[in-house]
Design a protein around this ligand. Structure first.
Ligand SMILES: O=C(O)COP(=O)(O)O
Ligand SMILES: [Mg+2]
Length: 227
């Protein structure tokens, strides 16, 4: 007899975990930087700036070519967001094997959710535009729990579990903030080695690392068995 799947809920980060959003984020960041004559940043360089929301990405992006004053950030952030919203989902493929993995999880009645540091409205619109929104019981953004309460705080993970009706949860992400939020919430984390990593996936401190989505379910089964 096969053992039942050990998790009721599997949560996912968005940027660098579900979708490769780096081309669109880089285009919008560079649009904003270019509007004040700052030089563009290569897409691979932008990946390292993603994970704590678009305002943080803009701040780090500005710092690469000079000052990042509050006034400049306040003026440019809407420029970035307007550009991003206008092109949302046109060029951000899901990572290989994602759709098969979520098909298999849903076939086992596992509830799926998204916890991102993107604005909730952008995350909902983006996942809707790529046809994935209805796969998730809930989509929680960096602003959903109020200012300063996004990842790495545990609050959005606790909220995810509550909105999914409670149960055993695991979380899949690509950054140290994802691992810290999971740990703070007391649930196991899986790091994806194909994401927007600022350090090797093995060094993030996650409970498991996967190189492809076809490794997700077996790793979750292992994690569930040892806890
Ligand atoms: O930095 C962002 O905009 C959000 O990134 P995340 O989806 O990896 O949390
Ligand atoms: Mg991410």
């Amino acid at each position: 007899m096969t053992r039942p799947f050990p998790f009721d809920i599997v949560g996912f980060d968005l940027d660098g975990t579900l979708l490769d959003t780096s081309i669109e984020l880089a285009a919008s960041l560079n649009h904003a930087l270019g509007s004040i004559g700052r030089p563009p940043i290569a897409t691979d360089g932008v990946k390292a700036l993603v994970g704590m929301g678009t305002r943080h990405m803009l701040t780090l992006g500005l710092q690469q070519s000079g000052e990042a004053e509050g006034e400049t950030i306040r003026a440019l952030h809407p420029v970035l967001i307007d550009h991003y919203r206008a092109n949302l989902g046109s060029n951000c493929p899901p990572f290989p094997g994602l759709v098969d993995a979520i098909d298999q999880l849903q076939a086992m009645d596992v509830k799926l959710a998204v916890v991102t540091n993107k604005f909730e409205s952008l995350a909902v619109q983006l996942l809707g535009n790529v046809g994935l929104a209805e796969r998730f019981v809930t989509i929680i953004g960096g602003d959903t729990m109020g200012k300063g309460n996004g990842k790495p705080k545990p609050d959005p993970i606790h909220e995810m579990i509550a909105r999914c009706g409670g149960g055993r949860a695991a979380y899949v992400g690509d950054s140290i903030h994802d691992v810290h939020a999971s740990r703070a919430a007391g649930i196991p984390s899986v790091a994806v080695a194909f994401g927007f990593l600022s350090q090797p996936a093995e060094e993030l401190g996650a409970d498991a690392v996967i190189n492809h989505y076809d490794e997700l379910i077996e790793n979750l089964e292992l994690l569930g068995a040892i806890r």
